[in-house]
Design a protein around this ligand. Structure first.
Ligand code: GLN
Ligand code: ZN
Length: 764
């Protein structure tokens, strides 16, 4: 009999109950006890749901108040000194929140820990802070308590914990400057592994049958020293005497397959959705006695599973391995929405193509039952329904758009080259007549409560189209007059009409669908609702031209048209799985190209195409980078190369390191790139300097994430620093990102000083 299990379930709750409880607790309107109660209810509900769908084991330890890595870091007692954690007391809940957010209802505020992206997902974890000779101890009981909680409710609990090597690999510290693979980090294993062993012993004492230890770094490029470290660590953990399922996901193990050879673990999980062809490699190194867990349901996307295909993949193994074959989603279901049944407004056809976390577990149960000697009638019916749903999706008239297909076929012959930058920029300067150190902003201006109310009322129908137009035009006029008054050089329209930089475009493009409550945790209490790209992208009408043209009609100064780039739209959506991602991206690029051309025709002389997610699209393995960069750059160029040489193309990126992708950034060939760099004290410019980046660049001179008004001398000094690294005539002056989260008072004060700084630079 095939065993089924799950690597993790979304913790946030179908109605975002955890978000609401957390925010109420932080704001002081609910007690810690209330919060604990919500957590307990959510865990109980999620275990019940998972057991009811037929799982043999339910995961425990996947729940987290803020982030599961942070939970684990506090369990290990690895609390940075600034949080004043005593060595013999348990870590309190508010200490965890202070580590996550800098403050909590109790305790002294301190700088929060760094947060960063979890592998190639849009989930963010809190980076463990490592120090030499760091000591560890079991400093929280939550894992053991939750195991008992699940057991008391009658479930077979399978605890899920981050592996020691993955935890260290994700960690950072000043003493370990050589990146994730820094060999010095491995010295911390001496103190760490004994504590892991204690944890496992305590888990075993609770009567647990299996523990899942996540080592997703086995899908990454590991140095030989890191690869070699696995053996010693797991030899030691074996002594705890509890069967270990070593879980990997998100990538092919490739050269790390050898790590599994002879590793003393009782089972291994691999991701067959991302990397179906690693099965034989893994089978070659594990023994028949070991459990093989196959991730065959996509934990990263929202499409119904082709169960016949999954079945074909695992059938012979099921016969051969019996209960040593386990089936599961490819990775934790943290990355997909909770329940399709919560959607009331998705049309029936589309709904039939989708599967959220809850539905994925049903798929898993049907798949497992279909492998048994006598599948139930219910399973056979379900499989048949599944086939019909898949077929319906394939045959649907909504997937293919002949106009898009034709444009795509013709797109190969579209020239992606503009005239050389040196020539272009002269024409642009003649046309725009900008001063040295031209000033601009990144696009959005403060999103006031009135703006939000207008948008909401218009969406709900409470505000008429014309009343909405009037309200937005008033906002545009306001920001245009403001920018003129303070003396900015290249203006923006302010983006008041946009709720979100991807959703806005998705709603105007064909091929996109939106959910009502398809929330996915991004970090802490923050969730996002990614659009779903289900079909060919079409642009039935211009999306931004009317707003930009109106803004331009109000002023003699150039107004920047403002678009979200193809790669960023792709990155922040659930993407169709019936064609390569790059093809979907190219369709987006074609739609944007048309928009860029229309903006130019409407008299817009400067057009910005934001690509903040360009870097995060990089594959996990370096060997795959160039392929991605090739098509990502091509899509950007496809979007931007349809205009005349005197039309100036800007792009914007934030939270990026540019060192290892600077060649691709240069190949994008934007006339101007604005980047976030103020927090790094212009250090990020080193990459541009070393590469001798030829085009214009606007290094952000102040951090828009803080309400603090920047000092004028500070901004001048930053720009002087930049001018040492780059040619001064190539420099622009701008904030480091959009201003939508800021208030008007601080925005005005900051921009006035920024313009002052630019003027001072011009005359020195
Ligand atoms: N144009 C967008 C804005 O100003 C860019 C946002 C971003 O970089 N994330 O808000
Ligand atoms: Zn930005």
């Amino acid at each position: 009999m095939t065993i089924t299990h799950n690597l993790g379930f979304p913790r946030i709750g179908v109605q975002r109950e955890l978000k609401k409880a957390l925010e109420a607790y932080w704001s002081g309107t609910r007690t810690a006890q209330d919060l604990e109660g919500t957590g307990r209810d959510l865990r109980a509900r999620h275990w019940k749901l998972q057991a009811a769908s037929g799982l043999d084991f339910v995961p425990v330890g996947d729940f987290a108040w803020y982030d599961h890595v942070l939970e684990w870091t506090t369990l290990l007692g690895a609390v940075p000194a600034r949080f004043a954690q005593s060595d013999h007391e348990d870590v309190a809940l508010d200490t965890l929140f202070r580590m996550a957010r800098g403050r909590a209802p109790t305790g002294t505020p301190a700088a929060a820990c760094e947060m960063t992206k979890w592998f190639d997902t849009n989930y963010h974890y809190l980076v463990p802070e490592l120090v030499p000779n760091q000591t560890y101890r079991i400093a929280r009981r939550y894992l053991f308590d939750q195991i008992e909680e699940a057991q008391a409710l009658g479930y077979r609990a399978k605890p899920v914990i981050p592996g020691p090597l993955t935890w260290l690999w994700l960690g950072k510290g000043d003493a370990f400057p050589h990146g994730p693979n820094d060999p010095a980090k491995l010295e911390l294993l001496n103190n760490l592994v004994p504590v892991y062993r204690q944890v496992l012993e305590q888990i075993k004492a609770l009567g647990v049958e299996w523990v899942q230890i996540d080592e997703p770094i086995l899908g990454l490029d590991l140095s030989p020293a890191w690869r070699a470290a696995f053996k010693g660590v797991y030899d030691e953990l074996e002594h705890a005497g509890i069967p270990i399922l070593l879980a990997t996901y998100f990538e092919h193990l490739q050269d790390n397959v050898d790590v599994l050879d002879g590793l003393p673990v009782q089972g291994v999980h691999i991701d067959l959705v991302r990397a179906p062809n690693q099965l034989n490699d893994v089978l070659a190194v594990i023994s028949d006695e070991q459990v093989l867990s196959l991730g065959v349901i996509d934990g990263r996307n929202v499409w119904r599973t082709d169960l016949d295909k999954a079945r074909a993949l695992v059938e012979t193994l099921a016969v051969r391995r019996g209960d040593r074959l386990w089936l599961a989603p490819s990775c934790s279901l943290l990355h997909v929405p909770v329940d399709l049944d919560a959607e009331n407004e998705l049309d029936a056809e589309l709904r039939g193509w989708l599967s959220f976390a809850t539905q994925k577990l049903d798929e898993l149960a049907w798949l497992a039952d279909s492998l048994s000697l006598a599948p139930s009638v219910a399973t056979q019916d379900a499989l048949q329904r599944q086939r019909l749903a898949l077929k319906a999706r394939q045959d649907s008239g909504r997937i293919r758009n002949s106009v898009t297909q034709k444009a795509l076929a013709a797109s190969n012959s579209l020239d992606r080259n503009r005239t050389p930058f040196v020539q272009r920029i002269r024409r642009q300067q003649d046309k725009l007549g900008l001063p040295a150190y031209p000033t601009t902003t990144i696009g959005s201006f403060p999103q006031t409560p009135e703006i939000r109310v207008s948008r909401r009322d218009w969406k709900s129908g409470a505000l008429s189209d014309s009343a909405y137009q009037t309200a937005m035009r008033k906002e545009i006029e306001h920001v245009i007059r403001f920018q003129e008054r303070i003396g900015l050089d290249v203006l923006v329209h302010g983006e008041a009409e946009r709720n979100d930089m991807v959703e806005y475009f998705g709603e105007l493009l064909g091929g996109f669908a939106f959910t009502q409550s398809g929330w996915v945790q991004s970090y802490g209490s923050r969730c996002v609702k990614p659009p779903i790209i289900y079909g060919d992208i079409a642009r039935p009408a211009p999306m931004t031209v009317a707003w930009s043209a109106y803004a331009q009609s109000l002023t003699e100064k150039p107004v920047k048209g403002m678009l979200t780039g193809p790669v960023t739209i792709l990155q922040w959506s659930f993407v169709r799985d019936d064609q390569p991602r790059e093809e979907t991206c190219r369709q987006l690029a074609l739609a944007l190209r048309q928009e860029v051309i229309d903006l130019e025709a409407a008299g817009i002389a400067v057009i910005q195409i934001d690509e903040p997610a360009f870097r995060e699209g990089l594959p996990l393995r370096r060997a795959d980078w160039n392929r991605y960069l090739d098509w990502a750059v091509d899509c950007f160029r496809l979007s931007t190369s349809g205009v005349r040489e005197e039309t100036q193309i800007h792009t914007h990126m934030c939270y990026s390191e540019f060192n290892d992708i600077i060649e691709a950034i240069a190949a994008m060939d934007a006339d101007v790139i604005t980047i976030e760099t103020s927090r790094s004290n212009m250090e990020l410019l080193a990459a541009f300097e070393d590469f001798q980046y030829p085009n214009d660049i606007g290094p952000g001179v102040y951090d828009i994430h803080s309400p603090n008004v920047p000092d004028i001398q500070w901004m001048i000094a930053l720009m002087q620093k930049a001018a040492k690294r780059l040619q001064p005539q190539r420099l622009w002056v701008n904030p480091d990102c959009g201003l939508k989260t800021r208030g008007w008072a601080e925005t005005e004060a900051a921009l006035v000083k920024m313009v002052g700084a630019a003027r001072a630079l011009r005359y020195t």
